[in-house]
Design a protein around this ligand. Sequence first.
Ligand code: DAH
Length: 343
Amino acid sequence: MREELHNLRNEALALIQEAPNSQELESLRIAFLGRQGKINQFLKELKNLPQEEKKQVGQLINEIKTTLEKAINHKSFTPQPAVNQKLDFDPTLPGKKPPQGHLHLVTQAIEEIQRIFTDIGFIRVRYPEVEWDWYPFTSLNMPPGHPARDEWETFFVDAPQDSKYGKMVLTPHTSSGQVREMKRLGKPPIRMINIAKCYRRQQDMTHTVMFHQFEGLLIDKNVNIPQLKGVLDYFAQQFYGPKRITRLRPFHFQFTEPSFEVDINCPLCLGKGCKTCKSGWHELGGAGMVHPNVLKAGGLDPQKYTGFAFGWGVERTYMMRSDIKIDDLRLFYSNDIRFLEQF
Ligand code: DAH
């Protein structure tokens, strides 16, 4: 019975404390302290107890009674608004939404490109923007002094030169990640998608000094050109739509053999040739089979492994979506909110 009494006291105190208004409090008073209340029921049961317990339990009941009375008498309420108080606003109207930002459209494009390639097993990596000359040039079959370097109009960094890796440069292309990835993994299979910033001395409607590229690299046994074409068509369909395909056009890069320029069919005529595109195709980027010297630079045996690589600009790729009309690449970085808000 003592335990029941203690529980009763705790329960009553908690309810009193939580009572939101005086009506509730009154009904609690009746329930616990009223004539038919719980305390009185315990008092009635007292007579069944042995003589010596009667006194102690009776005392406990009285103590609890006083505690509860005090708790009820001292309870105060924070003033409640009058029930009929007139509201000075319409609570049924929708609220005001605070202005909400979103990711920059280049970040959106990067996330989408990343998802497309990681869905088929490529692994996203990122390599240094400030890089040793060796990675974007020498390791890619462009030794110091080679004329192919001229194309990249590079920013060199005024820093001490390394005896093996050469000068420091702001990397002009994500191809610099190829040999880094070979070295990181040590052996194939290598399935890299390197998306990062690149820098070149250029600034006009379709070029900015800083821009982004994505670079795919796949190396394994028996990798071939049809597989490269398959991956490029898969990308074209995912990114541009189901009717889009790519075309490989012979070209020259130092780090691939054979090398190609990758074109995508025109969204309007799908490759037949129309007034806007003339040839039916638009140029996307570069690709090819990894040059044996590049595999060697990455410590791989070109007799054993082959690979393909491809790479092009994120901003350019995004601008070529037919649902987007951006004709000046510099808009991406001028941070005009009227432009950014449209995406
Ligand atoms: N790095 C080249 C550029 O910036 C693009 C490129 C061409 C990447 C051919 C490749 C490739 O991986 O195989 O113009």
